[in-house]
Design a binder for this molecule. Structure first.
Ligand SMILES: NC(=O)c1ncn([C@@H]2O[C@H](COP(=O)(O)O)[C@@H](O)[C@H]2O)c1NC=O
Length: 519
């Protein structure tokens, strides 16, 4: 490529514009520019040509048409090596443009405003900008294009290193960034209009466009032979694993991020002080108490074996006592809205332990959204499971009513079981889990695992089941072990068999009418 001689600058975000313009002027590059950009460069005392002097046409329709002209697009799209293209340019008196610096109308920021009108949104759809970006990127063999003010210093460095030229490798990267930018920009516009105009009865668009930005490359995926990366939404959603700030410890792994997500989403379930211990994305211990330390103890006591190598999330600041207790263990991650300085000091003595700070871990910070499940060849989309039950939603189906204490316990277990992989059974006592049976292919198997884990403590406990009992066997096993009350959705054609079994043992059983499958 020859030395850059002619540049077109048209930017909404004027950050870094004058520094770049100064460099280009000093490098004797001729600059062409649109309204506001032209004004800014001219006011800085730098030589610049107004776009209309190139197109021979005024900017019209409130700026809707300013660069959409053959004098611009011809100058961008002509193949420099083509004799025919060169002749056509000469015939039409069009001069090549070698460098394009454009950034787009701020559509995202506009539609993010709560008071935005449809008219505002429409006016912020950039037409001329993406057209120039695409023309220049298409012709990147000959044209350099920069779309991000953060890249101006990189451009300057490149021009300095190559005597006013750019390398093809540089232009390829620039073109890639343009296509990335215009694709994301169009997705954003499409999604906005989908939310306004979609005729689909289920609220899901005919075409699902998702844009995620790479937050980090990961050392490997679920297993060391799988390559992996972490992509996030922008703007970053507060109160999610994507927003967590790592204060200390080794880099997060793929499994860490997945487990941390499970811990965060679960601890937000509680408005009371709660601690959640996660292992392989399932809770292995959950406690609710008056202090973070007692909540932690309950979570720990639930399964002192499984917590080894686990992830612990607090929804209150971590105190010194909790930190000291945790420092006795090998943990992968501790997550909390805050770490007391003395607690941080204790935990930070562990070189590898990752400490994640996430201020928005309250129950109120839960937000509606989509839950996406990748299947081979497709994607399943559903609303996030944010369903909750209140005491008034519960239907007592047994002769015996649950006591007040049992009722509290059942509602606690219900919140926990929602976050356990199906078939899921959770046994609790005193607002702490004592037995968790996750991910079994039959429900009674999950019951037996939970009972086995609870040991002697099972006597006088409560049990939560994520879905109904297809047979009365689970109720019988629980009753024989000493469980006194059960919460479950109900809805089986054999509900009556389970109710009869519960009555036989004098148990209390309540139906929620809501199921919490999690696969
Ligand atoms: N209509 C056009 O021909 C046109 N050409 C460039 N733009 C945009 O106008 C903005 C710069 O405008 P100004 O230089 O007037 O501040 C840039 O974001 C650029 O992408 C245009 N605006 C919208 O489509």
């Amino acid at each position: 490529m020859a030395k850059i001689q002619r540049a077109l600058l048209s930017v909404s975000d004027k950050t870094g514009l004058l520094e770049l313009a100064q460099f280009l002027a000093a490098s004797k590059v001729e600059m062409i520019s649109t309204g506001g950009t032209f004004k800014a460069i001219q006011e800085a005392g730098l030589p610049v040509t107004y776009i209309s002097d190139v197109t021979g046409f005024p900017e019209i329709l409130d700026g809707r048409v300013k660069t959409l002209h053959p004098a611009i697009h011809g100058g961008l799209l002509a193949i420099r090596d083509s004799e025919e293209h060169r002749c056509q340019l000469a015939e039409q008196r069009i001069r090549p443009i070698d460098l394009v610096v454009v950034n787009l109308y701020p559509f995202a920021a506009t539609v993010a405003k709560p008071e935005v009108t449809l008219e505002d949104a429409i006016e912020n759809i950039d037409i001329g900008g993406p057209s120039m970006l695409r023309s220049a990127a298409k012709n990147h063999h000959d044209v350099t294009v920069v779309v991000d003010p953060a890249d101006y210093p990189v451009l300057i460095k490149e021009l300095r290193a190559n005597q006013g030229q750019t390398t093809l490798e540089f232009r390829k990267q620039c073109a890639l960034k343009v296509f990335q930018t215009t694709a994301a920009y169009d997705s954003m516009i499409f999604n906005y209009f989908n939310s306004k105009y979609t005729p689909s009865a289920d609220g899901h668009p005919e075409l699902l466009q998702l844009t995620y930005h790479k937050q980090q490359s990961l050392r490997y995926g679920e297993n060391p032979h799988q390559q992996a990366a972490f992509y996030v939404e922008r703007p970053i959603l507060p109160g999610t694993v994507a927003a967590a700030k790592q204060l200390h410890g080794k880099e997060l792994s793929f499994n860490n991020i997945n487990d941390a997500n499970a811990a965060i989403e679960m601890v937000k379930e509680f408005s009371e002080t709660a601690v959640v211990a996660i292992k392989h994305a399932n809770p292995c211990g959950v406690g609710v108490a008056d202090t973070p330390f007692s909540a932690y103890q309950k979570a720990f006591d639930s399964d002192p074996v499984s917590i080894f190598g686990g992830i612990v999330a607090f929804n209150r600041p971590v105190d010194l006592r909790s930190a000291e207790a945790m420092s006795e263990l090998f943990l992968e991650i501790v997550i909390a809205p805050e770490f007391a300085p003395e607690a941080f000091e204790v935990l930070a003595r562990k070189k590898n332990l990752r400490l994640l700070e996430l201020p928005e871990l309250s129950h109120a910070s839960r937000q509606k959204g989509l839950d996406l499940k990748k299947v081979a060849g497709g994607l399943l989309v559903q609303d996030l499971d944010l369903a909750e039950v209140q005491p008034s939603d519960l239907k007592v189906v047994t002769q015996r009513q649950p006591t007040e204490n049992e009722l509290k316990e059942l509602l606690f277990g219900w919140k926990v079981v929602k976050h356990v992989k199906s078939n899921a059974i959770v046994i609790t006592k005193d607002n702490g889990t004592i037995g968790i049976g996750p991910g079994q292919t039959n429900r009674v198997g999950a019951v037996c695992i939970a009972i086995g884990q609870a040991g002697e403590k099972v006597k006088g406990s409560c049990l939560a089941s994520d879905a109904y009992f297809p047979m009365p066997d689970s109720v019988e096993e629980a009753a024989k072990a000493g469980v006194t009350a059960i919460i479950q959705p109900g809805g089986s054609i054999r509900d009556q068999d389970s109710i009869t079994m519960a009555d036989r043992y004098g148990m209390a059983m309540v139906f929620t009418g809501i199921r919490h499958f999690k696969h």
